[in-house]
Design a protein. Structure first.
Length: 219
């Protein structure tokens, strides 16, 4: 039988003994280092993937840029077409109104009178001059233009197409009374809020007259 003799001092005799504290520290340091390196590696892999995805997305956006520009152009064209359609509908409505008005004019004019000129136009609104000493900084609360609409409403109506507010009628009649009947009949029509006989004169064709009518706002 062989005997093993350790001649070292007791403090140096560690053979066969395990230093648990040192082993735990080494294991913890090794685990921390492994987790750090693993996390950094995962971060690098994820960063590489995200960078490639960003590059692919940028390329797709560059490829879609002409399509986006074309879609924006189509949207602007659609807005323009919608505005043109509204304007066209307004023109058709006005055409219908004028055709009805002209039919009514032909039905109310006396048999011995006829029109030679009809002008539909827009005349500037006449503003009343305030009396001396009145404050000019603020307009009256109930200020209205010559057509009877509140101030500012006329500008709203003329934002698109100019809205006519006056019709001038010129023609001839064989008698003065027929001119009076025509003026009276014009007052009965629902289109006008004011009818004014400007002048009447006699020439070789008959009694020449000129009438100015102010249209209502809804016409």
């Amino acid at each position: 039988m062989l005997y093993k003799v350790n001649m070292l001092p007791a403090k140096l005799q560690r053979e066969g003994l395990i230093d648990v504290k040192r082993l735990v520290l080494i294991s913890a340091a090794t685990l921390f280092l492994a987790l750090t390196l693993g996390g950094y590696g995962a971060f690098l892999i994820n960063y590489t993937f995200m960078k490639n995805d960003l590059k692919d997305t940028t390329a797709q956006l560059e490829a879609l840029a002409p399509l986006v520009s074309r879609v924006e152009q189509m949207r602007q064209e659609r807005i323009g077409l919608e505005a043109a359609l509204e304007e066209y509908a307004e023109i058709l409505q006005n055409q219908k109104t004028w055709s009805v008005l002209l039919d009514d004019l032909s039905s109310i004019i006396p048999i011995d009178a006829w029109l030679v000129e009809l002008a539909i136009l827009r005349r500037p609104v006449e503003t009343e001059t305030p009396p001396p000493g009145a404050s000019a900084s603020a307009p009256p609360a109930d200020s209205q233009n010559s057509t009877g609409s509140p101030a500012g409403q006329d500008e709203t109506k003329t934002a698109g197409l100019p809205h006519p507010n006056t019709i001038t009628l010129k023609g001839y009649s064989l008698t003065v009374s027929s001119v009076g009947v025509f003026v009276m009949n014009l007052n009965y029509l629902p289109y006008f809020e004011e009818v004014k006989l400007n002048r009447i004169s006699l020439d070789e064709q008959g009694y020449r007259f000129e009438i100015t009518t102010i249209l209502k706002d809804e016409v």
